[in-house]
Design a protein around this ligand. Structure first.
Ligand code: AMP
Length: 364
């Protein structure tokens, strides 16, 4: 069996590292010569929309998947016409546009912050009368890790925030005074079997995920599972899906979903019986899904912009090191570390050490 992956970054690499022991082969399409998954399979080097390479990918792979959601619609459609593509292009189309995505949530009865599409400064000014302060303006497309976003605290912020978007279509949404951010990750196979991971509790800095902690037995788990199941069924979804949520006053409000394996699920490599990466491979190949049961307490810390000292990291009790083989660059995720312990006390002691190590190299 051969899985084709659009993209050969760290997510593709971790998918391959999980799939190879199952006897699965990989072929990647990625424009970067030193893409970090390239050693784990065949690497088609070139643009994502090169018809010759897409045809080669579709020809060689039994199923094609992707590690990022900004796959151009025509690329996804071309592949779907020639081979199995999971998740299906519809999930990409919804996830790529924040307005379409929020409308989709609302149609499914999944709560979101109040929001409005804005296409001019005048529309933004009018919308603020409805949305209220503070608010966040976000570009509708190509936004990730907080990019293309501005916080709006008063009318004086509007002209600059609008200018930063450089004419890109946008939505403005109410700022949610959340008690915490969580995400739910689930996998659905071609046959429709579904498994859910324990909730991840997430901390961001500057819009980028810093720390995720596994929250097995969390009181919000049933509500999060109900929301993601609705989403998966409406999209006839196959693969791993991540839904990011705000918790406020005991209720969940959807922020966005990612139609792929997700950074907030990296702790599943050591902290769950079957990792999100292995279950993604199983799901797209219609193999039986693996148990998602938490194994002890787990957390993950991202290294952004700078690599950890491996020996110092491994000296932290219960730490597991995952370097991506990427050159450090400002704001770039280059590694993560997972902790898995028996008790919460052990977890939090080690987590404080790991966060200090990450802070020392962080350039964000
Ligand atoms: P996003 O790119 O939409 O995932 O946003 C990145 C991060 O910005 C989120 O994880 C939150 O920490 C914060 N954020 C985004 N939207 C909101 C909102 N409406 N209210 C409060 N915080 C938000």
């Amino acid at each position: 069996m051969k899985v084709g992956v659009l993209g050969a970054g760290q997510l593709a690499r971790m998918i391959a590292l999980a799939g190879i022991p199952l006897g699965v082969e990989f072929i990647f399409l990625d424009p970067s010569k030193d893409a970090c998954a390239s050693g784990l399979g065949q690497h088609l080097l070139g643009d994502y929309n090169d018809p010759r390479l897409l045809a080669a990918l579709a020809e060689s792979a039994d199923v094609v998947t992707y590690e990022f959601e900004n796959v151009p619609a025509d690329v996804a459609a071309f592949l779907a016409a020639h081979t199995q593509v999971h998740p299906a292009p519809k999930a990409l189309a919804v996830a790529q546009d924040r307005l379409v995505e929020k409308n989709f949530f609302n149609d499914l009865g999944i709560a979101t912050p109040a929001y409005q599409a804005v296409d001019s400064l005048a529309e933004l000014e009018q919308a603020m009368a409805v949305i209220g302060w503070p608010a966040i303006i976000k570009s509708r497309t190509m936004g990730y890790d907080g990019k293309g976003q501005s916080l709006l605290k008063s009318p004086a912020d509007l002209p600059q925030a609008w200018a930063l978007l450089a004419g890109a279509p946008a939505i403005v949404e109410a700022f949610v005074p959340f008690d915490r951010e969580v995400s739910i990750i689930a996998a659905r196979s071609v046959s429709g079997a579904v498994v859910y991971y324990p909730l991840s509790e997430n901390q961001h800095r500057g819009g980028i995920l810093r720390v995720s902690e596994s929250r097995a037995g969390d009181g919000m788990q049933p509500a999060a599972e109900a929301a993601i199941l609705r989403l998966m069924e409406a999209l006839d979804y196959v693969g791993v899906l991540a839904l990011e949520l705000f918790e406020v006053n005991g209720a969940l409000i959807a922020n966005e979903f990612a139609p792929r394996v997700h950074n907030s699920g990296h702790w599943t490599i050591e902290g769950a019986e079957t990792s999100q990466f292995e279950n993604h491979v199983r799901a797209v190949l219609d193999l039986p899904l693996g148990a998602t049961t938490a194994v002890g307490k787990a957390a993950m810390v991202n290294f952004i912009g700078g690599l950890p000292d491996t020996a110092a990291l491994l000296a932290i009790p219960h730490a597991h090191c995952h370097l991506y083989g990427k050159e450090p660059r400002k704001g770039r995720k280059v590694a993560h570390a997972t902790l898995r312990t028996e008790t919460s006390a052990e977890l939090h002691t080690a987590l404080a050490q790991l966060v200090a190590l990450a802070d020392a190299v962080d350039d964000s």
